[in-house]
Each structure stands twice: as structure tokens, then as C-alpha cells.
Design a binder for this molecule. Structure first.
Ligand code: FEO
Length: 405
């Protein structure tokens, strides 16, 4: 059965929702699913903007066939060739062989790399600033390299103010009937997953996202709708969400607060993390989140790191090094370009305690613009009452730093 929604006059969402996929990109859990968005414009010419993941291709075809009726599909605009959007390309070409493909040079290269037989079909290569008219609607193409793949572009319909933004402004969570961000309580129910999506998928490419935002700023008053490739369409509060993207892509924290990430084998480092959290709250810093790195997916830790201004790394020593799961978190922060945070260290070791020194070294030498507080807490197996003063001093140092942030 077809399942479509009208976005605006003559423009329809023809994508699909996926609750079967467990891991997005085979790495990030998506317990609430994800949507693959594709859009069909019925102008004097018919235009499909991007396809969807192969697993949902049948739904896309039903949707497009339903809306086209007897009409042909004239154009296919590919903004992004990652397979969660490009994988149904071949099926579209088989069903509508006369369709003309509009995309960037690099995207055509990727189509061939992925094994799609695009040669023999009319290919229209576009670059930054090129325009194309489909009848009443004229679009302009805006390059968005490395947001988050090199071939990416976004397409702006100058007639109705619709920005087809590729992965930018996307989110995890299946739409399940909803289409617009104002049809859900986005801040309450979606923001965490939008942050987790951006920071883990695009987070490394903050400077490239900033370039795209600067281009968007030039036409912000003309943008009426943002149609991303995942998650809801934006028609209200666009500046609010653009501001979130601005913060994330500048690696600026959203909130003054403290993320405590602990790695604990037998509960003693955990106990110290909890005692520290309690001291912080007692001193008035109540925006505190505590996570066990061993049972929290690293994509959540990354998203929370982008959210908070301060980070406490509390780790046991393991094989004379950093506990492996904590080390993985550190490596992921580095890979995703996390910066501009203040870090406090809690270390533990029953003998040859090394984790604190190594974590500090990692943060100082492998990451950018990070501040490590001088005050640390060093434990030998557990946190005894005799260390209450040191705990208190560390909490004071963090509170002072948060208040200055
Ligand atoms: Fe949603 Fe970069 O693909």
C-alpha cells in the first residue's frame, strides 16, 4: 500500500520508515527506527529528489507509482549517494528508463563505484550555483562537500522556498505517520536523537557544516521548508534548529553541565563517580549526567559530550592502560573532532595506577582546544573516607569552572 504525505503544494514525501534495522551504518543503535526520506515534485516535469535504502525500495516504488499515475518520471535529483539514499537508484532506472539523472560529478563516479548502470541514461552534471527549471519550479544547486560525503549537495527550490538538505538537519527515529517537526514534541522527544545523529554521522565535519550554514544564512529568509533525508520536515522554528546545528558544528556546548563517564570493573570507580555527582549537585551544579561507558553505546556518549560543557573521565587502570571501553570512547571523541571542553580526571588502580596519566595525555595531545583541570582524584582500589577532602576539592574545581563557562 502506498504511504505518502503532502509536504506543500505538488510536493510529496514518498519515503519509508525502517524499524527492522538494528544498527544504522551497522554501528549506531536505532531503537526507535529511522526514516529514509525521498520527495516527489509534480511540476510540468516530474522530479524525484533522492531515493531510499534498498530494504524499503518497494515502498518507494509504490509511493511514486501512486502519485505519478500515468505520468512518466522525468528527473531524478541525487543530492547524496550514500546507499541509505542511493541504493534504490537502479530500480528507479529500470522502471523509468527515460528518467534524466541530475547530480554532481563525484556522485556519478560513486554511482559507478557502487555498481549502478547509469551509463546509457541521460546524466546532467551540476555544480554550485547552477539552476534548473522543471516548469513552475526553478531550483538551484548548492555544493555541500563533506557534509558528510564529498559528493553531497543540497537543492534549493527558489519557487516555494524548499531546501532539500540531504543529511543535514536529519535525525534518527522513524516518522511513523508524522511528517513535520511541529507534529511532534521535537525538543522533548527528538532532540537527543537528532543530536546523536548529527554528532556521530556528521560531527567530524564541523567546518564543512559551517560552510554550508554560511551559504544557508544568505537565503535563510527565503527558506520556508527544510526537507532532510532522515527525520521530520521543518516548516516552523527553522532558526531554532539551525542554531543547534551552528553550536554542534562549532563544537560549542549546548549546556553548562557535567557529563561523568566512568569505567568501572567492580563498582569502586562507579562509586566515586556517583559520590562526585552528588557533591556537584549539592554545590548547585545539578545539570549532571552519569554514564557507565561499558553499558552505554559510544554514540550516546559522543552526543552527550557535544551537549555538555564539562566532562569527567573516570577510569580504572587495565593492563597498565586505560580501560578498553573508555579508550574506545576517547578514540571516538578524537575521530569526531570533539573539542572546546573542560575535562576532569578520576583514576583508579589497585597497583601501578596509570589510567589518569594516560587519559590526560590523550586529551592533551590527541584532541584540540581541551582544558584539563589540574585537580584530579586518584584512587587505589576504592574511595575511602580519608579521600573525602580530595573529592570535595575536585568537585569545587569543577563547579568553579562550570560557573566561569
Ligand atoms: Fe543518510 Fe549520509 O546518508
Amino acid at each position: 500500500m502506498y504511504c505518502v504525505r503532502e509536504v506543500t503544494d505538488r510536493l510529496y514525501w514518498v519515503g519509508a520508515n525502517d524499524h527492522r534495522l538494528t544498527l544504522f551504518e551497522n554501528i549506531h543503535p536505532i531503537p526507535k527506527g529511522v526514516s529514509y526520506n525521498s520527495y516527489l515534485l509534480l511540476d510540468e516535469k516530474t522530479v524525484l529528489f533522492d531515493t531510499i535504502d534498498w530494504s524499503c525500495c518497494r515502498q518507494l516504488v509504490e509511493n511514486v507509482e501512486h502519485l505519478l499515475g500515468d505520468r512518466a518520471l522525468d528527473y531524478l535529483v541525487i543530492n547524496h549517494m550514500e546507499p541509505d539514499h542511493g541504493a534504490s537508484l537502479q530500480e528507479i532506472l529500470i522502471r523509468w528508463p527515460q528518467v534524466k539523472i541530475i547530480s554532481t560529478e563525484k556522485a556519478f563516479m560513486l554511482m559507478r563505484q557502487f555498481g549502478f548502470t547509469v551509463d546509457g541514461h541521460e546524466q546532467i552534471r551540476v555544480r554550485e550555483g547552477d539552476t534548473f527549471c522543471f516548469g513552475k519550479h526553478t531550483v538551484t544547486f548548492i555544493a555541500a562537500p563533506m557534509v558528510h560525503w564529498p559528493e553531497a549537495m543540497v537543492t534549493f527550490d527558489t519557487t516555494n522556498g524548499v531546501l532539500f538538505s540531504a543529511d543535514a538537519f536529519g535525525s534518527f527515529i522513524a516518522l511513523d505517520g508524522k511528517l513535520f517537526a511541529d507534529e511532534v514534541n521535537f525538543e522533548r522527544d527528538w532532540l537527543d536523537e537528532a543530536r546523536r545523529y548529527y554528532t556521530n554521522i556528521v560531527g567530524k565535519y564541523g567546518p564543512h557544516t559551517q560552510l554550508l550554514l554560511k551559504k544557508a544564512a544568505g537565503i535563510l529568509d527565503q527558506i520556508k521548508l527544510i526537507c532532510p533525508l532522515h527525520g521530520p520536515v521543518w516548516r516552523k522554528d527553522i532558526p531554532w534548529f539551525v542554531h543547534k546545528y551552528d553550536l554542534w558544528s562549532r563544537y560549542e556546548p549546548e549546556e553548562k553541565g557535567v557529563l561523568i563517564a566512568y569505567a568501572s570493573m567492580y563498582g569502586n570507580t562507579e562509586s566515586a563517580a556517583q559520590a562526585l555527582a552528588a557533591r556537584l549537585c549539592e554545590k548547585g551544579v545539578t545539570n549532571v549526567a552519569v554514564y557507565d561507558v561499558s553499558n552505554t553505546h559510544v554514540s550516546t556518549l559522543i552526543a552527550e559530550t557535544f551537549r555538555y560543557s564539562h566532562l569527567v573521565l573516570a577510569s580504572v587502570t587495565y593492563n597498565l592502560g586505560i580501560y578498553p571501553v573508555m579508550h574506545n570512547f576517547l578514540a571516538d571523541m578524537k575521530a569526531l573532532n570533539v573539542q572546546n571542553r573542560t575535562v576532569a580526571i578520576v583514576e583508579n588502580g589497585s597497583w601501578a595506577c596509570k589510567s589518569g596519566e594516560l587519559m590526560e595525555q590523550f586529551v592533551r595531545t590527541q584532541m584540540k582546544n581541551m582544558t584539563v583541570l589540574d585537580r584530579k582524584l586518584s584512587l587505589a582500589s576504592s574511595l575511602p573516607a580519608s579521600k573525602a577532602g580530595e573529592l570535595e576539592a575536585l568537585a569545587d574545581a569543577i563547579v568553579e569552572s562550570v560557573q566561569k563557562a
